[in-house]
Write a protein that binds this ligand. Structure first.
Ligand code: SF4
Length: 88
């Protein structure tokens, strides 16, 4: 069954075919507010397409879930850091 990470729609998204989370419980990657992200991040740490996944989430402004090992809050912080670096 496709998960948000494995639904490939373009050649640029071929990395999704190697998404390690496709072999796990997708619900761990979309915890309830205040829920643990530890298990999802543990899976991401061993994923070979972590960089591609994170960049896709940043590009697509994904608002929910763990992508590339980062939560939405962590991705927002990274976006702001990059923006500050570019404008400095
Ligand atoms: S980095 Fe994490 S969320 Fe992204 S494809 Fe890999 S396991 Fe899935």
């Amino acid at each position: 069954m496709p998960t948000p990470w494995t639904a490939v729609s373009t050649a640029d998204e071929a990395w999704r075919l190697d998404a390690l989370c496709a072999e796990t419980d997708p619900e761990a990657f979309f915890p309830e507010k205040g829920g643990s992200t530890r298990e999802a991040k543990r899976v991401c740490a061993g994923c070979s397409v972590r960089t591609e996944c994170l960049e896709a989430a940043l590009t697509n402004d994904e608002r929910f879930g763990i992508w590339g090992g980062l939560s939405e809050r962590e991705r927002r912080r990274l976006r702001l850091q990059r923006r500050d670096t570019i404008s400095a």
